[in-house]
Design a protein. Structure first.
Length: 184
């Protein structure tokens, strides 16, 4: 598959329940080091390297048409499922009103957006377990306070390293002192 590089980030978090005695402790969390962002042209070129019979301009055309059709369908209130990848769907945030007669979409809807749910089928590579078992992880120690990196400290398949592989929990500084969920 591939290798995801991880920074070890040291943060000071507050442990304990609100209202009880709390203490600050230093914890280490993992954060992905992104290699960059691939554009439509980058992806078309990559697809070409996998031996497709289609030229780069045809691949770009198909992806561009898919994008515009997805925008149209999402704007019409459909969910769009791309088998093996996931489902995109429209979402909204709305302010509540006491009386249903007083509800107005133009006044009470505060945000309209698009959400994505990775394919969760049995053989999907995007399931958390599949990702954890198939990706090699490489870590570096990075101090958020000093900004210093100390080089590679470990690598290997995350499934064999133990740990929870991320997700869930609260961000550092939250009142549970749980797992750090990168989120960005």
């Amino acid at each position: 598959m591939g290798t995801i590089q991880i920074k070890k980030i040291e943060k000071t978090v507050t442990m304990g329940k609100i209202g009880e005695e709390r203490q600050k402790v230093k914890k280490t969390y993992g954060k992905i080091i992104y290699r960059g962002t691939l554009s439509l042209n980058d992806m078309a070129e990559h697809i070409m390297k996998h031996g497709t019979v289609y030229t780069e301009d045809v691949v770009i055309g198909v992806i561009t048409k898919l994008k515009s059709c997805m925008q149209e369908m999402l704007a019409d209130g459909y969910k769009v499922k791309l088998d093996g990848i996931g489902t995109l769907y429209p979402t909204l945030t709305s302010e509540g009103v006491d009386n249903a007669k007083d509800y107005s979409p133009s006044e009470n809807i505060t945000r309209v957006g698009i959400a994505f749910l990775a394919d969760q089928s049995r053989k999907s590579m995007y399931k958390a377990r599949s990702m954890r078992d198939s990706v090699s992880l490489s870590t570096q120690l990075y101090s958020e306070l000093t900004g210093e990196e100390t080089g590679t400290t470990e690598s290997g398949n995350n499934g064999s390293q133990g740990g929870n592989g991320g997700g869930g929990g609260t961000t550092p500084g939250g009142n549970s002192g749980g797992d750090y969920n990168e989120g960005d």
